[in-house]
Design a protein around this ligand. Structure first.
Ligand code: NDP
Length: 330
């Protein structure tokens, strides 16, 4: 049983020396627990925050201990009622091959209903993030023009497609490569997309959305946020989901210089955490599940193989190596 430990708190970009892949005994499940052989591990941008000591909405990872994260796997031994060996569960003890998990923290998932990895992505946490952030936080309504950054990623690709499926008049995405930009338009049906690395975001956004935007779903922060405020229409709404452009900063990033535009546009900017919106989970599964099953909503995954590549996969998410949800297959 191998597991990833955090050895020191990264300053700036995480370095391999900050981590170690450690050999540990397979845990013995206690009363009320199940032993899970993990099959897919999630790597997510928010994990960067947990590597720091700063107080946040989840506790920092502990130094010298195994890290955590979303995972799905097969129950190999059960000491809990309602879950049997052979069942598959979604749980939070990732970054390791075997986990003893409290049954109350494990959710049964059906590998026949959907591929196991999708419970971490398009039908899981990142999917619900897109759904809740767009529909609830950004108060999306039919006819809106929507701009989403990180648009080829797990959350962003779903935001754009949900907006289209629910009647957006125009959807614009930004991403970090021409290949990703092409995918947004050709495969996901975005009306326009641009590569934020090939010119100023504000200019490219103005070109892509000549009549302005009603919703901005922010995954990136920085100049993307300033550009979105600059293009915001009357009554525009900005849902702050993430700001990946600042996660490895060692100094606070400057804020948008044009916040005063929120006054004349009566604009609203609001952050949210998916953890506060699990009441939407049944509605999300009911509405988005059939779109995924029918192919109306498309998704990609970037699958990295092997526990030994778990760290590289995580760093790859920060670098933008992924298209869609990045997962590690064991
Ligand atoms: P993604 O699949 O979108 O992967 C992250 C992507 O960010 C990369 O692929 C990369 O794509 C892009 N990126 C990296 N650095 C930069 C940069 N400097 N500027 C612009 N883009 C950059 O990850 P997720 O879908 O899991 O997460 C997307 C966002 O949502 C993150 O900010 C995350 O923290 C946030 N999040 C928030 C939640 C909440 O509850 N509020 C829950 C889940 C996620 P590219 O090639 O385009 O640069």
């Amino acid at each position: 049983n191998r597991e990833w430990h955090l050895l020191s708190r990264p300053v700036g970009w995480p370095k391999p020396e900050d981590f170690a892949l450690v050999e540990a005994p397979v845990p013995t499940p206690g009363e009320g627990q199940v032993l899970v052989r993990n099959e897919y591990l999630s790597v997510d941008p928010y994990m960067r925050g947990r590597m720091s000591a700063a107080k946040s909405y989840v506790a920092p990872f502990e130094l010298g201990k195994v890290m955590q994260g979303g995972a799905v796997g097969e129950v190999v031994e059960s000491r809990a009622e309602g879950i049997s060996a052979g069942d598959h569960v979604l749980h939070f003890s990732g970054w390791r091959e075997y986990a003893a998990v409290d049954a109350k923290n494990a959710v049964k998932v059906d590998p026949e209903a959907a591929p196991l990895s999708t419970y971490l992505g398009v039908l899981g946490m990142t999917g619900l993030t897109a759904y809740a952030g767009l529909l609830r936080t950004a108060s999306f309504k039919e006819g809106d023009t929507v701009f989403v950054s990180g648009a080829a990623g797990a959350v962003g690709s779903q935001v754009g497609q949900i907006a289209k499926l629910k009647g957006a008049s125009r959807v614009i995405g930004s991403a970090g490569s021409d290949e990703k930009v092409k995918l947004l338009v050709d495969e996901y049906g975005f009306d326009a997309a641009f590569n934020y690395k090939s010119g100023p975001v504000a200019e490219q956004l103005r070109e892509a959305a000549p009549d302005g935007i009603d919703v901005y779903f922010d995954n990136v922060g920085g100049d993307h946020l300033e550009a979105a405020i600059g293009s915001l229409n009357q009554g525009g709404r900005i849902a702050v989901c993430g700001m990946i452009s600042v996660y490895n900063n060692t100094e606070p990033a400057p804020g948008p210089r044009n916040l005063a535009r929120l006054i004349q546009t009566r604009g609203r900017i609001e952050g949210f955490l998916v953890g506060d919106h699990y009441d939407l989970q049944p509605q999300f599964v009911q509405e988005v599940g059939p779109w995924v099953a029918s192919g109306a909503l498309k998704y990609r995954e970037t699958v990295v193989e092997g526990i030994e590549n778990n760290l590289e996969a995580f760093l790859g998410v920060l670098r933008g190596d992924n298209i869609g949800k990045m997962v590690v297959k064991l």
